[in-house]
Design a protein. Structure first.
Lengths: 179, 197
């Protein structure tokens, strides 16, 4: 078990925390965005997470560092009262968040490819899957409302969405190496 | 917005998720965790499902947390406004640095041409001005001086053009090199050295 302490053995080396930020900052931001549904709140919680990492990072173990950071991030979001009620969740708000705020040029290239790939794939999806996906993501309608609008059983709508998501996830995983 | 969903949406036993024909749709293998994460992000989780999912996140369970990351990234990628992305320009709209570099090179070349052109004109002007001090033996220094002076007057001239639009007047004034400057450059080297010491 390896503890992440500085040379004096008490505090984490700031350079180490900086490395964590570069490595995990992007995924943590996305994670917090998913938890809070609010770009500003996600940013605040991200800052708080790395402040906490500076204070208590020496207690983390290298083998479980990523999980430690996710746990701290989630707790910081909760402490700040940023947890959104289910009714407040909105894919539109997520969609409005800037993906490129702190992205490096390499990230931007990768992101650009991902966006192109996802968009192309959405256009290639079967019409019924495309309709559900567009209504859910772009129009932010619930599955139940979509089912009513399409005159289809809820289960059918869910299946179409799930199938569309599977393809999109696959495309994203092909284009962007996961952390 | 999603308050009306009270039943599980995730295909557990008893729900109405139909079986999909694998021949018609072979990519129907979305991991349950990814589906839960999407439902969570979309606000479609409720009750026990939501509590259970949030407990996984609170524990820092990598699989669940990364699934949330993937869902957010997917929604983000799918939702970016459709606009043509210019080659060399990221989605953030950052300017192309190569194009900017070329603009700088062209601007520098124009400035250089202006300076050189004005220097030649100033050479003639100095010779014709009776009050000017003769500077015949110090060609290199004079060239530098005139270039510097002419370069310095370009922006002033531009300003004047902007204010009264009279280019002829500007041309006259910008070729006037102060006598003190030419005299200073014409002093013998010994004097300059003596001042320095």
């Amino acid at each position: 078990m390896r503890r992440l302490t500085s040379q004096d053995g008490e505090r984490i080396d700031p350079a180490e925390v900086d490395r964590w930020f570069r490595q995990y900052g992007g995924p943590l931001r996305s994670f917090l965005l998913g938890v809070t549904s609010d770009p500003d709140a996600a940013e605040e919680a991200l800052q708080a997470t790395f402040t906490k990492a500076m204070e208590a990072g020496h207690t983390a173990r290298a083998e479980t560092l990523k999980g430690w950071l996710f746990r701290v991030a989630y707790n910081e979001a909760m402490l700040a009262g940023r947890k959104r009620q289910r009714q407040d969740r909105s894919l539109k708000r997520l969609a409005e968040s800037p993906l490129t705020e702190t992205a490096t040029p390499e990230d931007l290239v990768s992101l650009d490819e991902s966006i192109r790939g996802v968009r192309e794939l959405i256009d290639e999806l079967p019409a019924d899957q495309q309709a559900v996906l567009r209504k859910r993501i772009y129009e932010d309608k619930t599955f139940r409302v979509i089912a009513e609008e399409l005159g289809a059983p809820l289960g059918t709508v869910l299946t179409r969405m799930r199938s569309a998501l599977a393809k999109l996830h696959q495309r994203l995983s092909e284009q962007g190496p996961e952390e | 917005m999603a308050a009306e969903t009270n039943q599980p949406l995730l295909g557990d036993a008893g729900t109405e998720v139909p079986v999909v024909d694998p021949v018609m749709d072979p990519v129907m293998d979305l991991a349950e965790t990814d589906w839960l994460a999407f439902a969570y992000v979309a606000g479609e989780l409720d009750g026990e499902e939501l509590a259970g999912w949030e407990a996984r996140l609170a524990e820092g369970e990598i699989e669940a947390c990364e699934a949330v990351v993937r869902s957010v990234d997917l929604v983000g990628a799918a939702s970016v406004p459709s606009q043509p992305v210019v080659a060399g320009e990221g989605v953030s709209g950052k300017p192309d640095t190569r194009a900017e570099g070329w603009r700088l090179v062209v601007a520098a070349a124009v400035c250089l041409l202006l300076v050189v052109g004005l220097s030649f004109r100033n050479d003639g002007q100095v010779a014709k001005t009776p009050a000017s001090v003769a500077v015949s033996d110090q060609g290199a220094d004079d060239g530098l001086l005139l270039s510097t002076w002419a370069g310095g007057t370009v922006s002033e001239a531009d300003e004047m053009r902007g204010s009264n639009g009279s280019e002829a007047e500007v041309a006259e004034s910008e070729l006037e090199v102060p006598e003190w400057m030419i005299a200073a450059m014409s002093l013998p080297e010994e004097i300059n050295r003596g001042h320095d010491e």
